[in-house]
Ligand binder design. Structure first.
Ligand code: NI
Length: 180
């Protein structure tokens, strides 16, 4: 159990496609997930993908408690999601502000699908199958993008809607929410 260094944009390994996990219930997988939770908590994040700590496996974690600092952010259950598959349920896109622990101090306006179904497994091999929308759907899409080497700036359609958190706040853009 340890807090790991979070790789930042520019680090080439963030651009790699991660590979599927084939063995569950192993000490190595438990150790990875434990490190990921420690690292996410230390960074006060909403989610983290294994490639962000330099591990090229298809593992993501996420979870958001209700927080008075982010009144518009709905709580998301704490989840370990391995080998995820996303199906789009509503192909309408919604623009929303995102930040990423690999792009610290910045945020951008990113289009995401409104509603998705995601399937995968937890670290014990139990199946996870959920239909979600809104912020929950956004977080999952953001995390799963990391497994395919995609960082959110690649999805921004209007680069004028990208910048440093404090500068955007000063120019009247809405309050940010946790990075992931
Ligand atoms: Ni991220």
């Amino acid at each position: 159990m340890a807090i790991k260094k979070i790789l930042r944009i520019g680090e080439q390994t963030l651009l790699n496609t991660a590979i599927a996990v084939t063995e569950f219930n192993t000490p190595a997988l438990e150790a990875l997930i434990s490190d990921m939770f420690d690292t996410m908590a230390a960074a006060d994040g909403a989610g983290l993908a294994a490639p962000q700590i330099g591990v090229g496996l298809r593992v993501v974690i996420f979870g958001v408690d209700a927080n008075p600092r982010y009144p518009d952010v709905e709580p998301v259950p704490t989840t370990v999601l391995i080998n995820p598959e996303i199906t789009v349920l509503d192909d309408g896109l919604e623009e929303g502000w995102e930040g990423c622990l690999s792009v610290p101090g910045m945020r951008g306006l990113v289009p995401r699908y409104l509603a998705i179904r995601y399937r995968g497994m937890d670290q014990h091999g139990n199946i996870i199958d959920r239909k979600v929308d809104g912020f929950h759907a956004r977080v999952v899409q953001h995390e799963c993008d990391h497994l395919d080497g995609i960082l959110y700036p690649q999805r921004i359609r209007d680069m004028r809607m990208f910048g440093f958190d404090d500068e955007l706040a000063e120019s009247g853009q809405p309050e940010s929410f946790p990075e992931s």
